[in-house]
Design a protein around this ligand. Sequence first.
Ligand code: SF4
Ligand code: SF4
Length: 272
Amino acid sequence: MSVEHIISLAILKKKMVFDMGHCDSCSIAHKCKPQILKNYEEATYILSAMENEAEIKLEDVCFIKETQNKESDRRDFFNSITLGNVAKGKHAFEAEVKKATDELVEHTLQKEDIALLKKKRVPEKRKLFFTAIKRVSKPSQFHIVDANEVTFTSQKLLNEDSCTACQMCYRICPTGALTSDIKNSKIDFDPFLCIKCSICHDVCEPDAITLSSSYNVKEFFEPAVQNLVSFKVRRCDECNVIFSTNSNDKMCYRCKAEDEEARSLWGITEDM
Ligand code: SF4
Ligand code: SF4
């Protein structure tokens, strides 16, 4: 279960118990348990920053489905914990979440919200999160949390001086959190759609795009698209195409690269 699933279900159910009672006898607990604890801590941290009273607990309940024939049930349970079954369980869980999310989205959100979700490539868990948030009241104040403690979304900063307007970040962003317009004259960022996958950081050669060290929970309740940078749009002196830039370049990115390559091949310096 992701942090978004845990927060959403805690909000919707008001109380949630993680049954850790089987962990000590489970062969894959050394892999799963640290992640469960990490996700539990992050979800609890975010819920308190949201001033939400939903309760999440870790308990050693050791729940067994059937009360009769406990011994054989317990054996069956542990025998069934293989990686294959975990994968099947995850798949079934995701299918259930999708079904529940679709129903919730339909009954909770306004038409405009649904249209927005349909337009973007938003993961199911983010839709569920968005829907759950719509059901709770806003906190008395919007708290700022430590961004290092938030794994599922982020706030971005952009250094206008080093950005080369190469378009890579918003073209590759898988959720549409980073976007531009038809003229490529800007970069906009929607923190609510960001899944903190870091792809935009990896492709940005000059490291112009960075993570903010803080995150305002306001983005959960009043998501707003932010303009990170605006570019000049002009026509290339060389090939006549329209291009965007944040410098006084008169040539597009491609012509400039070709020009630099030709100059270096022929040993032509700037002063010549
Ligand atoms: S932020 Fe980086 S990847 Fe995005 S347009 Fe600017 S230089 Fe390119
Ligand atoms: S980390 Fe970057 S690429 Fe990934 S979703 Fe967020 S904005 Fe998009």
